[in-house]
Write a protein that binds this ligand. Sequence first.
Ligand SMILES: Nc1nc2c(ncn2[C@@H]2O[C@H](COP(=O)(O)OP(=O)(O)O)[C@@H](O)[C@H]2O)c(=O)[nH]1
Ligand SMILES: [Mg+2]
Length: 368
Amino acid sequence: MSIDIGITGLPQSGKTTVFNALTGGRADTASHTTAGPTPHIGMAKVPEPRLTVLDEMLHPKKVVPVEARYIDIGASVKGLVQAKGIGGELLNQLSNADMLIGVIRAFVDESIPHPEGSLDINRDIATLNLELVFSDIAIIERRLERIETSLKGAKPPERQDLLREQEILMKLKASLEKDTPIRELPLDPSELRSVTNYQFLTAKPLLIVVNIGEDQLPQAKSLESELNSRYSDAKCRAITLCSKLEMELAQLENDAAQEFRAEFGIKESGLERTIKLSYELSGLISFFTIASNEVRAWSIKKGTTALKAAGKIHSDMEKGFIRAEGISFDDLVKCGSIAEARQQGRLRLEGKDYVIQDGDVITFLFNV
Ligand SMILES: Nc1nc2c(ncn2[C@@H]2O[C@H](COP(=O)(O)OP(=O)(O)O)[C@@H](O)[C@H]2O)c(=O)[nH]1
Ligand SMILES: [Mg+2]
C-alpha cells in the first residue's frame, strides 16, 4: 500500500509550494489560488535509508521504494462542504486520503495578502480544525436525516442496525460539537468500522505544516515545540517547513541540496521529516522483500499479520500462503547476505499469524 496524503489550508498559505516541495513538482503557485477544477496530484518516493543499505549490500538489479501520493486540492474545506460539483468532488478526494496535511501560513510577505487580513498561526490552526469538524458534522446530519426516514418503514433486523448507527453518529456529533476531533475518541470495533466507512476528516491523522520563511528558520525548533505542546495528540503533530526553500532544493541534485541545507543548518530534508511523521501518525511500518534480483519496500499498518502482508503483495500469496521466512534488517546486515543468514540459522520460519515487525526482510512461501 502506498500512503495517500491530502493537502488543505487557507488560500495563500503555501499549499502548492508545500506540494511542490514534497513531490519535487513544479505546479504553478501563482494561479490556482482558488478551488480550481483540477487538483494537483503527485507521487514521491518514500525516503528509506535501509533500502540504500540493502542496495549496497546485495547489489540487486532493481530497488523499489514505496511511493506516497500527494494531492493538493487547492482549497480549504470551508465552502466545499455545501458545494456540489467540483467542490464536492474536491472534498471527496480529501475524504479518500489516508491522512491530511493542513498548511498554516507563518511566512511574512507584505506583497502576498492573507485572506484573514493578518498573520495568526493559532487562529488559522483553530480555523483549520473547525472546518474539518464542520465537514464531519454536515456528513453526520445528512446521514441522521436519512436514518430517520428509513426508520419509519424498517423491520426488526434492519431497524436494530439503523438504531445502532444512529446512536454511534449521535455520540460522534456530540464530541464534534465540543470541537473534539474523532481521531481523539476511544472507539470500540463496531464504532471504528462505521467511522472508517464514513471517511470522516477529523478521524484522519493530521500533520499541521507551518510554512515558515527562511528568516524564521532560527526560531523553527522553539515554534515547533510550542505548537506541539498545544496541538499534538496520538494522530496529530505540528511541524515547521520552509516550503519555498525546500521547493527550490527539491529541484537540485541530492548532493547540491545537502550542501545548501547544511548552510541553512537544516539536517534533514523537509520531505524526509514530513514522511517520517506521516508514517508515525498513520501507524505505518515498512518491511522488505528480496526476490528475482529486486529489493522492494512495502508499507503496512502496525499489527499486520504475515498472511495479510502477503496479500498486499499478491492475492495468490495470501490464498496459497504456506509460511514466511524472515529476518530483521539489523540481523541481515550483521550476516551480510540471506545465504549467510541461512547458514547461521538466523532465518526465522513464521506462520500466517506472525505479526510483521518494522524492518523485517521477508520471503513468502506459497502454493499457486
Ligand atoms: N516570501 C515567501 N513566500 C512564500 C512562501 N511560501 C509560499 N510563498 C508564496 O505565497 C504565494 C502563495 O503560495 P501557494 O503555494 O500558491 O499557496 P496556496 O494558495 O495555498 O496554494 C506564492 O506566491 C508563493 O510563492 C514563503 O515561505 N515565503
Ligand atoms: Mg495553490
